[in-house]
Design a protein around this ligand. Structure first.
Ligand code: NAP
Length: 296
């Protein structure tokens, strides 16, 4: 941690989205590392294991202003403030840009982007007052590139990357460090959520064939239903939690941490390759893409 907090108390880490996956693993990891962890989720019954392990737990829906304010207030009252915020809560909206209802796009941004901004705004005054703090934003490889059927999720994660960049510079003078953690595929319930939203049953969809291939492709990654490159390199949430801990402990954290081989390799390729090469040599080869000969 940079900056003075915590003087006489362990650093207090508030983690969003701890019902499963990366949030749950991160809360457990930071707890084992000796931080005072406040594990939060919108369904408090999912936090019983965290409470039994000795973590503090609070209900928190990041799309609900009152719920977010109450969680930060309760944390401050009980523990003196939030020194580390892990903005993890999020989900993956799937579907083509043409076919996805705007209401669902709004919900995606409400959770993945505005939820993160809301929590950040709530904890920053305290961090500035205490002269330090750390904010870890869980981004994604899709914060730096986008693939067909995942454009709206990628747009939300690109927003997370941009916010992390701006915040890092806005808050550095106050001793607050802001980090983006960008995993490739991680085996968590996220994958099923993404699969559930694919409009595979829509006989009238001009993207029907594409949706069917997408369902098979993501099923292979998240359910190991067949061998695939991305499936072979998918990682477990504990790997991400270990990187979050590294980002929290580092005296001088990096601006962003890719997590896993797929993330480091494809983000490096994205940085180096022109758009046309990236599309043809990578996206079209590795991801399902609508084809002219798809059934319509
Ligand atoms: P996950 O197991 O589905 O966890 C997502 C968490 O976010 C759950 O606790 C979920 O709570 C919570 N959440 C969703 N909406 C919320 C809201 N409005 N308020 C509070 N919590 C909310 O998936 P995960 O893979 O661990 O995802 C964690 C983060 O990693 C997400 O930001 C995701 O986009 C990102 N990520 C995931 C992958 C991947 O392949 N899995 C890769 C890169 C980045 P409920 O149980 O109540 O829904």
């Amino acid at each position: 941690m940079s900056g003075p907090p915590p003087a006489a108390r362990p650093a207090v880490a508030l983690v969003t989205g701890c019902s499963s996956g990366i949030g749950r693993a991160t809360a457990a990891r930071l707890h084992r590392a000796g931080l005072r962890v406040v594990a939060t989720a919108r369904k408090p019954e999912t936090l019983e294991e965290a409470a039994r392990a000795g973590m503090d737990t609070l209900p928190l829906d990041v799309t609900d202003a009152a719920s977010a304010e109450a969680a930060v207030e309760a944390t401050t009252a009980r523990h003196g403030g939030v020194d580390v915020l892990v903005n993890n809560a999020g989900y993956g909206l799937s579907g083509t840009v043409e076919e996805t209802e705007l209401e669902r796009v709004r919900e995606q941004f409400e959770t993945n982007v505005l939820g993160l901004v809301r929590l950040t705004q709530l904890v920053l005054p305290g961090m500035r007052r205490r002269g330090g703090g750390r904010i870890v934003n869980v981004s994604s490889i899709f914060g730096r590139y986008a693939v067909p059927g995942g454009g709206l999720y990628a747009a939300s994660k690109h927003a997370v990357e941009a916010l992390s960049d701006a915040l890092r510079l806005e808050t550095a003078a106050f001793g607050v460090r802001v980090v983006a953690v960008a995993p490739g595929p991680v085996r968590t319930p996220w994958g099923q959520g993404f699969l559930d939203q694919l409009p595979t049953g829509r006989a009238d969809s001009p993207y029907r064939g594409f949706h069917e291939r997408a369902a098979e492709y993501y099923g292979a990654i998240y359910h190991r239903s067949r061998r695939s490159l991305a499936g072979a390199f998918a990682i477990e949430p504990e790997r991400v939690a270990a990187v979050v801990e590294r980002a929290v402990r580092a005296r001088r954290p990096r601006a962003r941490y890719p997590v896993g081989f797929l993330a480091s390799s494809t983000l490096a390729l994205r940085r180096l390759a022109p758009d046309g090469v990236f599309d043809h040599a990578f996206v079209r080869r590795q991801f399902p893409v609508p084809r002219p000969d798809d059934p319509r």
